[in-house]
Design a protein around this ligand. Structure first.
Ligand code: SF4
Length: 228
């Protein structure tokens, strides 16, 4: 399994914001979002091949119950099955961060699904192959339905423009019984300034609709710095 980085930090996004966690970042992604904040795990995947027991050994160097398996797209790697089984056996709380396009029957306490909208695709003129591939793969309703049925979940939408709220509604309308407080809207941006501009209109929309506004606290705490 190709790994870009393993490090301990504090979860900065979502329902577990503030929780000390070990992050394992798989390198590789089947999508290519233009705003990807981890291009070293998608556009130019970096890293080293690790065996499952090597990953477990690195995680065990920290005294930390929460483990976040993130990417890139961790669901690309079948090794996630034995890895999550080993983490479950050692009593860890497992969060998996995924775009929700690929399914693996893994052990997981919180499935953090971040679906991607049509506007997330890369520039069609510069990246025609990836634009088509992204458009074809970014929404896989049968995968999302399996996640919602099998796991505790949060649905984390990265919002760039107010017009994307319609796409949130369309997405939610395709599934039954989604808990509104598990719907998290997060402003797009990698600087405090960008986040502040979008938060101004996004936070009131969340309050109005009963969704959870999701700031990116890691940008506030650490800046757009790798390994945080
Ligand atoms: S799905 Fe996530 S990791 Fe993959 S390109 Fe999009 S933002 Fe980056």
């Amino acid at each position: 399994m190709k790994i870009a980085e393993i490090y301990k930090s504090v979860q900065g996004e979502g329902l577990l914001t503030g929780t000390p966690s070990v992050f394992v970042r798989a390198s590789g992604c089947n999508l290519r979002c233009w705003f990807c904040d981890t291009p070293f795990a998608s556009w130019q995947p970096e890293g080293t091949d690790y065996a499952v027991d090597e990953i477990v050994a690195e995680i065990e160097e920290w005294d930390c119950r929460h483990v976040v398996l993130t990417g890139g797209e961790p669901m690309l790697f079948a090794e996630l099955i034995p890895l999550t089984e080993a983490l479950r056996a050692s009593g860890r709380y497992i969060t998996v961060e995924t775009a929700g396009t690929l399914f693996l029957p893994i052990e997981c306490d919180l499935m953090s699904i971040s679906p991607k909208f049509s506007a997330s695709g890369p520039d069609p003129a510069r990246f025609p192959h990836w634009h088509r591939r992204h458009a074809r793969q970014r929404f896989q309703p049968e995968v999302i339905a399996q996640f919602l049925a099998r796991y505790e979940y949060q649905l984390k939408f990265v919002i760039d423009r107010a017009s994307e709220i319609d796409e949130v509604d369309q997405f939610l309308g395709k599934f039954l019984n989604i808990q509104s407080d598990r719907v998290l809207l997060m402003p797009q941006g990698t600087t405090q300034e960008e986040l502040a501009v979008r938060s101004e209109w996004l936070e009131p929309i969340c309050q109005e609709r009963g969704w959870t506004f999701c700031p990116r606290k890691q940008i506030e705490w650490f800046g757009p710095v790798r390994g945080t």
